[in-house]
Write a protein that binds this ligand. Structure first.
Ligand code: SAH
Ligand code: TMP
Ligand code: ZN
Length: 407
């Protein structure tokens, strides 16, 4: 049993993943001995519908001066955030006088660079100092702190209230959601908006993408759970729009209660969620079984290929891959190495499973027989750049939504 982070109701976990390391905690051989592990369990609150982790490492163990996720390494995400900024501009900024935008978890500035280019007042709040430094080098105003109610109150008195508070793939990372929601409510102008997007629970359940469950993702949101969590702080869901990013995300638009009309999308999606059974325990019992089956199929496939003497590597040392490798018990005896374009990960080992991480050259210089696509959410971008691998006879192993081999 644990207490719901939103409404403090007792929640019993429906699934345990076993001992998990820090998902982005890439490490050197010398650090193996002291590696941190915690028991990863998930549950859904019966009172407010929030899907959440039971326990989690401290934020400072995950977000620090050597945070391993650099947003701008994906060309597709760059274009997504160009469009995101254009949307904010068109809908909420262009007709206002000297608007002010605050972004939480602005990382290397992938989104705010477009707000800055348009000459708008902006502030990024990014606790991971290494990525915050990159944003600053692009001229983006960035504060290296964890966003909270306290910080929101300070920002409000220092810079004035915000027209737009926004974040992407960040809200679901912050355990004290009540502090964040209260902070945003206090920071917004009466006619301001909160716009955020995160991986969507409905897609995770539908695609059996259990790899979206890892330490940083303390919540997996639905329209219902977001509506409940923010209404406690006077913010109301006024629109939602699905996004194709990260394997299926949802964009939530919230505003001070009564300040804007509520679009039909909100009730439509609540109905979709009821039809999908997101509030029914059976759905999660089935999800757990689906995950067990998915794990067994992936392990059996890898075992069969190894018996045939095939070379298998991983593609994309994603935080998601940490859940897959540790939950399935896949190690360096199965996967030779994982190729990843992030310099900070290269030369290190994957968390828990301790598979070596190599650069892209290792892959192109000596193609394996099979590549297990951990970065499946970037499949289009990756397939289009790896045409030579395919032509050389290389095959891809996918595991979402089902375990299969393609070439
Ligand atoms: N928005 C970017 C980065 C997502 S990664 C993108 O979509 O690509 C999540 C980011 O949230 C990390 O950079 C992390 O440092 C930041 N973060 C974690 N906790 C935070 C908090 N309390 N306040 C603000 N940012 C936070
Ligand atoms: P993400 O799925 O959390 O966005 O992480 C993607 C990871 O995959 C990140 O570490 C960068 C890496 N990557 C590659 O190695 N090659 C690529 O072409 C892309 C798009 C990502
Ligand atoms: Zn709750």
């Amino acid at each position: 049993m644990f207490k719901c982070r939103v409404c403090h109701t007792d929640v019993s976990p429906f699934m345990t993943f076993g001992q998990m390391p820090i998902a982005n905690g890439f490490l050197t051989e010398e650090q193996f001995e002291d590696e941190f592990f915690y028991e990863m369990e998930v549950g859904v609150c019966s009172a407010c519908s929030m899907f959440q982790l039971a326990g989690q490492p401290e934020p400072q163990q995950m977000f620090h001066q050597s945070y391993a996720f650099y947003s701008s390494l994906s060309a597709h995400m760059q274009s997504h955030f160009g469009n995101f900024a254009a949307y904010l501009d068109e809908e909420y900024l262009s007709r206002r006088i000297d608007p002010f935008v605050v972004e939480l978890g602005s990382n290397d500035g992938i989104m705010l660079q477009h707000i800055k280019e348009r000459g708008y007042r902006h502030l990024g709040v990014e606790p991971s100092a290494n990525v915050a430094d990159i944003a600053r080098s692009k001229g983006i105003e960035t504060l290296s702190e964890f966003f909270s109610l306290d910080l929101a109150l300070r920002l409000g008195s220092l810079h004035g209230k915000a027209d737009v508070v926004t974040c992407a793939n960040v809200m679901c990372h912050i355990p004290d959601i009540n502090s964040v929601a209260a902070g945003i409510a206090s920071l917004l102008k009466p006619d301001g908006v909160l716009v955020f997007e995160d991986p969507y629970l409905g897609n995770v359940i539908e695609k059996i993408s259990y790899d979206q469950i890892y330490d940083e993702h303390v919540f997996l949101f639905s329209v219902r759970s977001v509506g409940n969590a923010f209404s406690r702080h006077g913010l109301e869901l006024v629109d939602v729009t699905p996004q194709e990013t990260h394997g299926g995300s949802m964009r939530y638009i919230l505003a001070p209660k009564g300040s804007r009309p509520i679009k039909p999308s909100v009730s439509e999606w609540l109905q979709v969620e009821s039809r999908q059974g997101l509030d029914v325990q059976d759905t999660y019992d089935k999800f757990k079984k689906d995950c067990d089956v998915s794990r067994m199929k992936l392990k059996n496939l890898i075992k069969a290929l190894k018996i045939e003497g095939k070379r298998i590597v991983g593609y994309g040392a994603t935080s998601k891959s940490t859940s897959v490798l540790n939950y399935c018990g896949i190690g360096p005896e199965d996967i030779e190495y994982i190729t990843d374009t992030t310099p900070l990960k290269q030369g290190k080992f994957s968390p828990g499973a301790h598979i070596p991480i190599r650069g892209h050259d290792a892959f192109t210089g000596d193609y394996p027989d099979y590549a297990l696509l951990f970065a499946w959410n970037h499949a289009n971008e990756i397939f289009s750049k790896e045409g030579d691998y395919k032509r050389s006879g290389g095959k891809w192993i996918l595991f979402v939504p089902e375990v299969k081999v393609i070439n």
